[in-house]
Design a protein around this ligand. Structure first.
Ligand code: TMP
Ligand code: MG
Length: 212
C-alpha cells in the first residue's frame, strides 16, 4: 500500500479574523477524528531569518522593504523541505498564513506590483485549500485594539484586504471564503468540513507548485 499524502491547508485573512484560534481548533478536531495533522505558522520566528523578521515586526529594527519581503519568502523556503517531508509522510499541515500574506502585505506598500511580490514564492508547495477568513474592518475594530506590531493599523489593513481580494481572483489556487463574523464554533464547523473534503481530494494528487 502506498502512503497517502497529507493535505496542505492554509488560513489567511486580515488581523483579528481569528486565524490562530481556528488553526488550533482545526488541528485538534482532525487529530480527534483520527487524522494526522500538525500546525505551522508563517512567519516562523524561531529560525535565524525568523528572528530578523521578528525584530522588524516588533519595530526593534528597520529593514528596507524589498529586503524584508525576500526574508519572509526565504523563511518559507527554509521550511519547505520539512513541509514536503511531513506531507509525504501523510501528515496534513494546517498553516497560519503563507505566501498570500507575503504578497498582500508587501504589495499594500507604495511602489510594489503584485507580480514582483509573487515571484520569490513561485514553486513553493501549493496549498490544496486556502481559506480566507473574511471580516470587515469595522467588525475587526469591534474585536478590540490592534497590538503594537508593525502593520497593525486600520488604514494599512484595509489596503491589505484589497490585495487579498485581487489574489483571490487567481483560479490556479483553490480559495474558500469563510464568514469570520460568526461565533467561533460555527466558523470552526465550516472550516472543518472544507478541510475534510480537501484532505480526501489531496490523497491521490501530487503536491503542486504555487503560481507556476
Ligand atoms: P502574525 O501576527 O500572524 O505572526 O504575522 C506577523 C505579521 O507579518 C502580520 O502583520 C502579517 C505580516 N506578514 C508579512 O508581511 N509577510 C509575510 O510573508 C507573512 C507570512 C506575514
Ligand atoms: Mg499578529
Amino acid at each position: 500500500m502506498t502512503c497517502r499524502r497529507g493535505a496542505l491547508i492554509v488560513l489567511e485573512g486580515v488581523d483579528k479574523a481569528g486565524k490562530t484560534t481556528q488553526c488550533n481548533k482545526l488541528v485538534q478536531a482532525l487529530q480527534d477524528s483520527g487524522q494526522t495533522a500538525e500546525m505551522m505558522k508563517f512567519p516562523e520566528r524561531t529560525t535565524k531569518i525568523g528572528q530578523l523578521i521578528n525584530s522588524y515586526l516588533e519595530n526593534k529594527s528597520n529593514l528596507e522593504d524589498h529586503t524584508v519581503h525576500l526574508l519572509f519568502s526565504a523563511n518559507r523556503w527554509e521550511l519547505m523541505p520539512l513541509m514536503k517531508e511531513k506531507l509525504e509522510q501523510g501528515i496534513s499541515l494546517v498553516v497560519d498564513r503563507y505566501a498570500f500574506s507575503g504578497v498582500a502585505f508587501t504589495s499594500a506598500k507604495p511602489g510594489f506590483s503584485l507580480d514582483w511580490c509573487m515571484n520569490p514564492d513561485k514553486g513553493l508547495p501549493k496549498p490544496d485549500l486556502v481559506m480566507f477568513l473574511q471580516l470587515s474592518p469595522s467588525e475587526a475594530a469591534q474585536r478590540g485594539q490592534f497590538g503594537t506590531e508593525r502593520y497593525e493599523t486600520t488604514v494599512f489593513q484595509k489596503a491589505v484586504q484589497q490585495k487579498f481580494e485581487l489574489l483571490m481572483k487567481d483560479s490556479s489556487v483553490k480559495w474558500q471564503v469563510i464568514d469570520a463574523a460568526r461565533n467561533i464554533e460555527d466558523v470552526h464547523a465550516d472550516i472543518k468540513n472544507h478541510s475534510v473534503d480537501a484532505i480526501k481530494a489531496a490523497e491521490n494528487e501530487p503536491i503542486g507548485e504555487l503560481w507556476k
